[in-house]
Design a protein around this ligand. Structure first.
Ligand code: NI
Length: 263
């Protein structure tokens, strides 16, 4: 897929969903918005983003690290930074945060937790590695049923070639599927769902312009290909949560507690 699939950002950013969009999100577990912030803010966010990675902010705290399998001395293939707004508090005062929080309240309801989680995932041009099929909940507390919505915004046009997100529509309505560490190596932080080939034929790709946004629900199976394009793919993600409910039977997340069982 070429860059011509990315629409221009035109019109006002989306600050509230129409009822048919809420319905689509509830049914399919994802939604694509052509615009959630302004071009000016995207340009400004790009500068903040570059600085945080250039200065390797958060590395000593263990919150900037590579999601891929990187040998020491190699260039990073999938660097990420957890909670960048702790290091750059100005990130909390954005149109992106304001619009996403209103939309999150629309889809999660009044029990929305105002303390959102933010996350930057950088997929470098030509060498950014694949983000395998996974559910975010495979990383999280297995004793509760989560309710959350992620807002995934690229600062560069995101295409299939550069690693836009892909989803399995409706997979959000299931539970946590068995996962394993990438390459079956517990030293690699990233997880992959078992037997991913079972899901790929159902994949729906969400190419986006800079400042556009895809939303996805808890438990959504998602994936992003390697970045084979000559452009970086810088993604900035906000996750909002509603109230979680305790599970009668916790998920057996052996891929974290005893990963050798999955081999
Ligand atoms: Ni994910």
């Amino acid at each position: 897929m070429s860059d011509t699939n990315v629409r221009e950002t035109v019109g006002e950013p989306t600050s509230v969903l129409a009822s048919h969009e809420i319905e689509f999100f509830r049914t399919n577990g994802f939604l694509s918005l052509s615009r959630i912030t302004t071009d000016e803010e995207v340009a400004w966010l790009g500068e903040v983003y570059e600085r945080l990675f250039r200065e390797q902010v958060g590395k000593e705290d263990g919150v900037q690290f590579d999601l891929g399998a990187v040998e020491s001395g190699q260039e990073p293939v999938l660097p990420q930074l957890l909670r960048p707004s702790r290091y750059a508090p100005e990130l909390r005062e954005t149109v992106f945060v304001r619009n996403a929080s209103v939309i999150a309240a629309q889809v999660l309801g009044a029990d929305l937790d105002p303390d959102y989680f933010d996350h930057m995932i950088f997929k470098p041009a030509l060498r950014g590695s694949v983000t395998p099929w996974h559910q975010d909940q495979a990383y999280h507390d297995p004793t509760v049923r989560h309710r959350s919505v992620n807002f995934w915004m690229p600062l560069d046009g995101a295409t299939v070639d550069s690693g836009c997100l892909q989803f399995v529509p409706g997979s959000n309505r299931g539970s946590v599927l068995p996962h394993h560490h990438i390459n079956n190596d517990p030293a690699v932080h990233g997880l992959e769902v078992d037997e991913p080939e079972r899901y790929t034929e159902y994949a729906a790709a969400c190419p986006l312009p800079p400042g556009g946004c895809s939303m996805h629900a808890s438990y959504m199976l998602h994936y992003a290909g390697p970045n084979t394009s000559p452009r970086p793919r810088r993604a900035y993600i906000l996750q909002f949560k509603g109230t979680s409910t305790p599970l009668d039977v916790p998920v057996d997340n052996y891929w974290i507690t005893s990963p050798q069982r999955g081999r």
